[in-house]
Design a protein around this ligand. Structure first.
Ligand code: MIC
Ligand code: SF4
Length: 644
C-alpha cells in the first residue's frame, strides 16, 4: 500500500499498539536530546530509574538555555550535566557550542530516524527528514532507558508547496502563513508532511525554520522529504553517509491537503501576543521599533546570519534601537567570522550575543517598558521577553535587519536594497571540539551535585476522592510560560522547592503560598481554564511544580499535547468539560469534588464533577489511554515505572 513519509518512519519504529489513526502507539526512539533547562530534571529522573547506561543509538545533552550565570546555580547545573552524561554514555555539548536544535541539525540529525527531545522545538529536525518530537523530560528519561515513546497515531496533513519564493520572502513567511491557516490551537495529534515541487527550492536550514515553528501550531511534528538538497547539506557537514532518500509513495494518502504557492507569499509578521496573530509586514510598515533581536533556534543559520550581515553592511543601527544578534551555533559563528558577515554586524553597531537561547527565553535583552521588539524567534507570548508590557513581533531575519537600520518596521518595497541571496556553503566548518564524547571507562565518574541540584519531587497515588478549591480560573491560551515563568527564574529548574514558589507568578502572586497552605491542611488544589491550556514549551516543570503544590486536577476546555502528557506523568488528573458552557458557571474559589475518582476513570467519557459551592453537577472526560490511566493512578510515571 502506498505510504506517506510519516507512516514509513512510524511503522518502521512501531513497538506497541496498532497503526490506527487516533489510537496510542509506542515507538522506538533512536536519538534523544536534552537541554540544560529541562535536562537536569530529565537526568535526575533517569538516575531515579536506576539504569547504568543509556540504551539509545545516540543521546545528546546540550547547554544553551541557562548560560547567563548570575549566581552559582547555572554553573552547578552545567557541572552536574557534564558529569552525569559522561557516566551514562551521553554526548555533552558544552556551553558556547550553540543552540541545541541548530547544532543537532548540523552534526547529528539523520533522515529516517526518530528523535525525542525535552524541548518543544525538537521538531526542527523535521527539516532533515527526521521524525523529531518534543516531550517532557521524564519521557526522555524513559526513552534514554530504552523505553518506548507513546503518542497518538497521527493524522497526517500534506502541505503541498508549489512555485518559488520571491526576493525578500523567506522560510519564516511560509511557516507564518501556515500559522495563519492552522492557528495555534486545535491541531493536537496532527503531523505536517511537506511535499510538492516547491520543496526542492528550499535548503535544509530553510526547511528547519519551517519545521521549528510547527511547535507553535501544536502539531506533533513536521517533516520534509530527504532528497538531493538533504544529501548536499549532509555532505557539506561531512556526514554524507548519514543520508538516505525518503519520500512519500506516489499515491500516499493524507487526512487533509493544504496548498501553498510560494510565489504568492508576502513577508509576514506575528503580532503581539501570539505566533498565530499574523499580518503582512506591509500592513505594519512604519511602526516605530525600540529593539531588534536576531537569532534563536528558528532563524540563526549560516544563511540567515550572512544575509543579515549583507543587509547591515555600510549602515549603522538607528539611534534608539538596540540590535542584538545571536548566531545559532559555534559553527555559524566561526563561518561568519571567516566570511566577514560578523565584522559587518559589528561595524553596524550590533551587540553580538552568545550562541545560545538568551533573549528568546527572556534570559537577557528584555525590552524597556512598553517597548516594541522585532524578533526572529518563534514565540511572542506576553511577558516571555522578561517585560510584561513589551510588544513582540516575529519576523524574518531580513525584515529584522532592514528595520534595525531604519528604526521602523520596513517593508522591502520601501528600500532600494537588492535582496541578499546567500548560497548554501559547499563545506561547513567542522570543529567538534566542544562536544565531550563519553568513554567506556567513564562509568565510575563521580556525579557533581552543587547545592542547586535538588531531587525529583515525590507524589502519592491518585487519591480516592478529589475535593478542593478552584485556586485559579484562567482564560484561553494559557501557555507554559504563564504557568511556570522562565527568564530570571530559569536558574531554579533543578530545584523544585524553590521554583514552585513562582508558579503563575505574573497572574496571581499569592498562588503558590495559598496552595501550600491547603496542601498542608490536606486539601486538594484545582485549576480551571479555557481553550488550549498548556501551549508552548515542553517544560515538565509546568506540571511538576503544580504537583509539588498539591494541584490534583485541572478542568479545561481543551489542552495541548505535551502538557497533557506531562500532567499525567506527574499524577495530575486532566479533565476536559463535556459542555464547554460549564466553564462560565464556575467561579474561582468554588469547591469542586470528583467522588471515587479512581473508579470514575473506568468510564472516562462521563466523569461527574460536583460544584459544592453552587450546587450543580457537570460532566467531563479524561482523554487518556489505558496505559496513561495506570500512570495516573500510580501518581505519575516515576512511581509507575518503579512499580513495574
Ligand atoms: C522554550 O522555547 O519555551 C523553551 C525554553 O525552549 C522550552 C523548554 C524549556 O522550557 O526549558 C521549550 O520550548 O520546550
Ligand atoms: Fe531556545 Fe528559544 Fe529555541 Fe526555546 S525557542 S530552544 S528558548 S532558542
Amino acid at each position: 500500500m502506498a505510504q506517506n513519509i510519516v507512516e514509513k518512519i512510524l511503522k518502521d519504529h512501531l513497538k506497541a499498539g496498532e497503526y490506527v489513526i487516533g489510537k496510542e502507539i509506542g515507538i522506538r526512539i533512536d536519538q534523544t536530546l536534552t537541554q540544560d533547562a529541562t535536562g537536569t530534571m530529565a537526568f535526575l529522573q533517569f538516575e531515579a530509574l536506576g539504569l547504568d547506561k543509556v540504551k539509545t543509538d545516540l543521546s545528546l545533552s546540550y547547554v544553551d538555555h541557562n548560560t547567563v550565570q548570575i549566581g552559582f546555580e547555572n554553573n552547578d547545573d552545567h557541572a552536574y550535566l557534564q558529569s552525569v552524561t559522561q557516566k551514562f554514555g551521553v554526548v555533552h555539548s558544552r556551553a558556547g557550542n550553540g543552540i541545541c536544535h541548530q547544532v543537532h541539525l548540523e552534526r547529528f540529525g539523520k533522515p529516517g530516524t526518530t528523535l525525542l527531545g525535552s524541548d518543544s522545538h525538537t521538531t526542527t529536525g523535521g527539516g532533515i527528514g527526521q521524525l523529531a518530537i518534543g516531550a517532557g523530560g521524564l519521557d526522555i528519561a524513559v526513552a534514554m532507558g530504552g523505553g518506548n515513546f507513546y503518542t497518538l497515531c497521527p493524522k497526517v496533513y500534506k502541505v503541498n508547496l508549489t512555485g518559488q519564493l520571491r526576493p525578500w520572502v523567506t522560510a519564516k513567511d511560509i511557516v507564518l502563513k501556515m500559522l495563519s491557516i492552522l492557528s495555534t490551537k486545535g491541531n493536537v495529534g496532527v503531523i505536517l508532511e511537506y511535499g510538492g515541487e516547491g520543496v526542492k527550492t528550499l535548503s535544509v536550514p530553510q526547511r528547519a525554520t519551517i519545521a521549528n515553528m510547527g511547535a507553535e501550531m501544536g502539531v506533533t511534528t513536521s517533516i520534509f522529504p530527504s532528497d538531493e538538497n538533504t544529501r548536499r547539506f549532509l555532505k557539506a557537514q561531512q556526514r554524507e553517509s548519514d543520508w538516505i532518500g525518503l519520500e512519500a509513495d506516489p499515491r500516499a494518502e493524507y487526512e487533509r491537503v493544504l496548498d501553498i504557492d510560494l510565489a504568492q507569499l508576502d513577508p509576514l509578521a506575528a503580532c503581539p501576543h501570539s505566533p498565530g496573530n499574523i499580518k503582512t509586514v506591509k500592513e505594519l510598515a512604519g511602526l516605530k521599533v525600540d529593539q531588534v533581536c536576531i537569532g534563536s533556534c528558528t532563524n540563526s543559520s549560516y544563511r540567515d546570519m550572512t544575509a543579515v550581515g549583507e543587509i547591515l553592511d555600510g549602515s549603522v543601527v538607528q539611534r534608539g534601537i538596540s540590535l542584538g544578534i545571536a548566531p545559532g551555533s559555534r559553527q555559524v559563528l566561526q563561518m561568519i567570522t571567516r566570511n566577514g558577515a560578523l565584522l559587518k554586524m559589528i561595524n553596524a553597531g550590533a551587540r553580538i550575543l552568545e550562541s545560545a537561547c538568551g533573549f528568546c527565553i527572556g534570559n537577557h535583552f528584555s525590552p524597556g517598558s512598553h517597548g516594541i521588539s522585532l524578533r526572529t524567534s518563534n514565540r511572542n507570548f506576553e511577558g516571555r521577553s522578561g517585560t510584561q508590557t513589551a510588544e513582540i513581533y516575529l519576523v524574518s531575519p531580513e525584515i529584522a535587519a532592514l528595520s534595525a537600520i531604519s528604526g521602523r518596521v520596513t517593508s522591502p518595497e520601501d528600500t532600494h536594497m537588492p535582496y541578499p541571496a546567500v548560497a548554501e556553503p559547499e563545506a561547513f566548518t567542522i570543529d567538534d571540539s566542544l562536544f565531550i564524547f563519553p568513554f567506556e571507562t567513564d562509568k565510575d565518574i563521580p556525579i557533581l551535585r552543587g547545592p542547586n541540584i535538588g531531587a525529583p519531587p515525590k507524589n502519592d497515588p491518585l487519591p480516592p476522592h478529589i475535593a478542593g478549591e478552584v485556586m485559579l480560573k484562567l482564560g484561553d491560551n494559557i501557555t507554559t510560560d504563564h504557568i511556570m515563568p522562565a527568564g530570571p527564574r530559569l536558574k531554579y529548574r533543578s530545584n523544585i522547592e524553590t521554583y514552585a514558589r513562582y508558579v503563575f507568578e505574573h497572574m496571581d502572586a499569592g498562588f503558590s503560598q495559598r496552595c501550600l497552605i491547603n496542601k498542608k491542611a490536606q486539601r486538594h488544589n484545582i485549576l480551571v481554564a479555557g481553550e488550549s491550556y498548556g501551549q508552548g514549551s515542553s517544560r515538565e516543570h509546568a506540571a511538576m511544580c503544580p504537583m509539588y503544590l498539591g494541584v490534583k486536577m485541572v478542568l479545561v476546555k481543551s489542552i495541548e499535547r505535551i502538557h497533557a502528557a506531562n500532567l499525567v506523568n506527574f499524577g495530575i488528573l486532566p479533565l476536559v468539560f463535556n459542555d464547554p458552557g460549564d466553564y462560565d458557571r464556575i467561579t474561582a474559589g468554588d469547591f469542586l469534588e470528583v467522588n471515587a475518582a479512581r473508579t470514575a476513570l473506568e468510564s472516562p467519557d462521563s466523569i461527574c464533577v460536583v460544584n459544592k459551592t453552587q450546587n450543580f453537577t457537570m460532566e467531563a472526560s479524561c482523554q487518556i489511554s489505558h496505559r496513561q490511566r495506570k500512570i495516573l493512578l500510580a501518581g505519575g510515571l516515576l512511581n509507575h515505572t518503579r512499580l513495574q
